[in-house]
Design a protein around this ligand. Structure first.
Ligand SMILES: C[S@@+](CC[C@H](N)C(=O)[O-])C[C@H]1O[C@@H](n2cnc3c(N)ncnc32)[C@H](O)[C@@H]1O
Length: 264
């Protein structure tokens, strides 16, 4: 299977991107713990994380399911190699880093209580196949939570043509590579089709008044900017927007879809 639109080994700014993922996880850790608890994660659960990257969120999952186990699935060997070191406290029944793509999980049927996919499905060419595969490995009554972006939720006032350019280029580039920057709105339908029940979508909106500007900027534009090369002076853009936000002259808002479903 192709890696779709996120292939860590070929990113031209891999170190920056790893740091971006760390900051992104750190900035919202408390909020994310609440989301995961209300999605159903429990202390003794066998948990599967799809596309765990370097493992910053794996650390949070291990903290929330300390009596269970964690299957951390990631196709990139470079990123997977970091998971062990980034999960500070291993769950009682073990941490299992697994190199695999989401459409062929080397995990038995009905063996997982809670699955999480965070900013992963937007990069995968056939996300519905992966959602079905997750459904296969879940136990009856288990919950799957997917968190993903949708560029329809990005709002700036006043608008900035550089941001529009970044968004437009990112959408085109990601589509060419098989990804989808508008996947958020499609997840509910996808999960229902895969057989999940009680599928619910929620939008978490974040504004420049709520999050530190650098964290919001990274979440909204960090990965997209890496696809642009030199077309936009990203540092200049960061400085301009940052000054305006601090001065109260700029509103930036973004949102993520949080979609949960249960295996019947
Ligand atoms: C934007 S990163 C998100 C990493 C992590 N979930 C986080 O939120 O910090 C997307 C991750 O999905 C992984 N990925 C890409 N294609 C995948 C696939 N087909 N199956 C599973 N993971 C995949 C990438 O290697 C990368 O680690």
């Amino acid at each position: 299977m192709s890696t779709g639109s996120y292939h860590f080994e070929t990113l031209n700014d891999a170190a920056f991107q790893a740091e971006r993922l760390r900051q992104q996880a750190q900035a919202v850790r408390g909020m994310e713990a609440g989301i995961l608890r209300s999605a159903g994660i429990q202390s003794g659960h066998d948990v599967l994380e799809l596309g765990c990257g370097p493992g910053f969120v794996s650390d949070l999952l291990a903290e929330l399911a300390p009596e269970g186990s964690l299957y951390a699935v990631e196709p990139s060997p470079t990123l997977l190699a970091r998971v062990e070191g980034n999960v500070r406290k291993k769950p009682a029944r073990g941490l299992f880093p697994i190199q695999a793509y989401g459409d062929h999980l080397p995990v038995p049927d009905s063996s997982i209580d809670f699955s999480y996919a965070r900013f992963v499905l937007q990069h995968i060419p056939q996300p519905e196949t992966v959602v079905s595969e997750i459904h296969r490995v879940m136990r009856t009554g288990g919950h799957f939570c997917a968190v993903d972006s949708d560029d329809g939720l990005v709002v700036l006032y006043p608008e900035d043509s550089r941001v529009s350019q970044i968004l437009h280029t990112a959408q085109t580039t990601q589509t060419e590579k098989g990804g989808d920057r508008f996947i958020g709105r499609k997840l509910q339908h996808m999960m229902t089709r895969a057989g999940f029940i009680n599928v619910k979508s929620r939008i978490l909106a974040l504004t420049s008044s709520e999050l530190p500007f650098d964290a919001l900027f990274n979440i909204l534009l960090g990965y997209k900017a890496s696809m642009l090369g030199d077309a936009v002076d990203i540092k200049q853009l960061f400085d301009d927007l940052s000054q305006k936000v601090v001065g109260g002259r700029q509103l930036i808002a973004g949102g993520v879809f949080i979609v949960t479903g249960e295996k019947a």
